[in-house]
Design a protein around this ligand. Structure first.
Ligand code: C2E
Ligand code: CA
Ligand code: CA
Ligand code: CA
Length: 282
């Protein structure tokens, strides 16, 4: 069943609203967004930089506001975090993304796309039922834990004892943990010893600088993170790759996995399906 990917993308206007938003109003509107089905997920493929195959995808939430149009998560995720709405919103994202991956596995096989990355906010990790929720979603969708990569940031990880226990329990469940925006925090190295991390996601800000002859600092961080991952037996992923030269350079440095506009922007499910059909079927 070949979906008409381009047509469905008509629902997704390329123009993001960067207006100054009224956060209080946004918060109350967000409250109804889930109920009114105004949230959608876009999926940005993660590619194997050596084979060129799609390894997975990151689920990125989109809010199609009836009046404002497409609202960027950069505008509403912070609002959702402050109000606590991130908890039900995050639950919806987790379940929707896992259901989508299960559908893709059923249609195109697990070789077409192995795993799904889901961003998890600090507030979600602090919920006492989070591990049970993840286990329930996996069991309901029939996915194995290794199919799920939870992306957490350094600051949310450093939230205390309970969060550490939660991450440990998720790790024991077999879910993979990725440290997002890696390299931007204060204590990245000590953190790696205290937490069961599986994936390091090099922040885009370092990728931006690697082909810029002037900027040795960012190049050095990018190279060091790749080596660190190798020593610690972790996966290294580079995000925000925008040029062929960056992709090539990162591959040489040892990045096996990469994500960025150069390979693919975040896509609606129908366009993901087209990509999988093209890759898997001859
Ligand atoms: P992030 O997790 O660091 O996600 C990467 C962001 O970089 C995404 O922006 C993606 O579209 C963008 N990006 C990817 N490749 C490129 C590139 O080559 N060039 C440029 N300029 N940008 C690129 P997006 O989708 O707007 O999401 C922004 C942030 O919102 C995310 O940053 C994440 O922190 C948050 N977010 C998105 N969805 C969720 C969610 O479901 N839950 C939570 N808690 N946070 C989310
Ligand atoms: Ca992320
Ligand atoms: Ca990131
Ligand atoms: Ca980032």
């Amino acid at each position: 069943a070949k979906a008409s990917g381009k047509a469905s993308w008509a629902r997704f206007e390329p123009r993001m609203h960067s207006e100054v938003v009224n956060h209080a109003r946004l918060g109350s509107e967000l409250h109804n967004a889930i109920i009114r089905h105004e949230l959608e997920l876009a999926y940005q493929p993660v590619f194997d930089l050596v084979t060129g195959l799609m390894a997975g995808a990151e689920a990125l939430v989109r809010w199609r506001h009836p009046v404002r149009g497409l609202v960027s998560p950069a505008d509403f995720i912070p609002v959702a975090e402050r109000s606590g709405l991130i908890v039900p919103l995050g639950s919806w994202v987790l379940r929707e993304a896992c259901e989508q991956l299960a559908k893709w596995h059923a249609e195109y096989g697990a070789a077409a796309i192995r795993s799904i990355n889901v961003n998890v906010a600090a507030r979600q990790l602090r919920e006492s039922g989070f591990v049970d929720e993840v286990a329930a979603v996996l069991s309901d969708t029939g996915l194995i834990p290794a199919n799920l990569v939870l992306e957490v940031t350094e600051s949310s990880v450093l939230d205390g004892r309970q969060v550490r226990d939660t991450l440990q329990a998720l790790h024991e469940l077999g879910v993979r943990l990725a440290l997002d925006d890696f390299g931007t925090g204060q204590s990245s190295l000590s953190l790696l010893r205290a937490f069961p991390v599986d994936v390091l996601k090099l922040d885009k800000s370092f990728v931006d600088g690697i082909c810029d002859g002037e900027d040795r600092g960012r190049l050095a961080v990018a190279a060091a993170v790749a080596q660190l991952a190798e020593y610690l037996d972790l996966y290294a992923v580079a995000e925000g790759i925008e040029t062929a030269a960056q992709a090539e350079r990162l591959r040489e440095m040892g990045y096996r996995l990469g994500q960025g506009y150069f390979m693919a922007k975040p896509l609606p499910p129908a366009e993901m399906a087209e990509l999988m059909i093209r890759t898997v079927l001859p």
